[in-house]
Design a protein around this ligand. Sequence first.
Ligand code: VIB
Length: 227
Amino acid sequence: MSMADYGKTFGLLRTGAGQTWTDYTYHAFVEGLKDGSLPRESFLHYLVQDYVFLVHFARAWSLGVVKSETQQEMRVCAQTVDALVNHEMSLHVKTCAAAGIDESALFNAAEADANLAYTRYVLDAGVQGDFIDLIAALAPCVMGYGEIGVRLASDKSADTPYAEWIATYADPDYQAVCATVGEMLDDAVARRIGDLKISPRRAAVQARFTKATALEVGFWQMGLSPQ
Ligand SMILES: Cc1ncc(C[n+]2csc(CCO)c2C)c(N)n1
């Protein structure tokens, strides 16, 4: 198993999520990206939904700016908003354009229920809770794709048309984003909670993380069945 070090808090939450983490990072959609067996139609359906997802995730990371209590937190959240809006979404735009789907069609795409459930769950975690509640719900998305990218890129036997997608998340720049978010999560926990392992908040923080992980599973599942 690829085990990049994304911090102590992430490690604790990842272990705590148990089988749900494996269901997410070894989902049939992911294995289809790895060996190239994922139908193009499913990939495009996923990409269109993922564009809408990223719009709402940019809103959630913007809420992170609002909930920040340190300059480091504000900087990381603001940088993530920039990365999402000005960089990550361009892969989607480029790939979809090649398939004849333009950006306004992406922006106005009808949201699948699994997509709506996930993004609004994360936004609500931030509205209802503090910075930790929000980041615990955001972490599975960031680190999960980091783990998936590294594992899929290390399989040299794979001949897949999804190599560019894999390379995006295996890229050292993206791995650095995961490490930075992991460090910020550790610092945020130290500042507000102390030792999460013995904190009365542990169960609630774990629940946020595990629910967001389960919603990632639902998102892959949605990607497998184009409407
Ligand atoms: C369903 C779904 N989950 C996670 C990601 C990956 N991702 C979303 S926001 C973000 C942080 C900024 O780069 C990353 C890595 C995705 N694209 N789609």
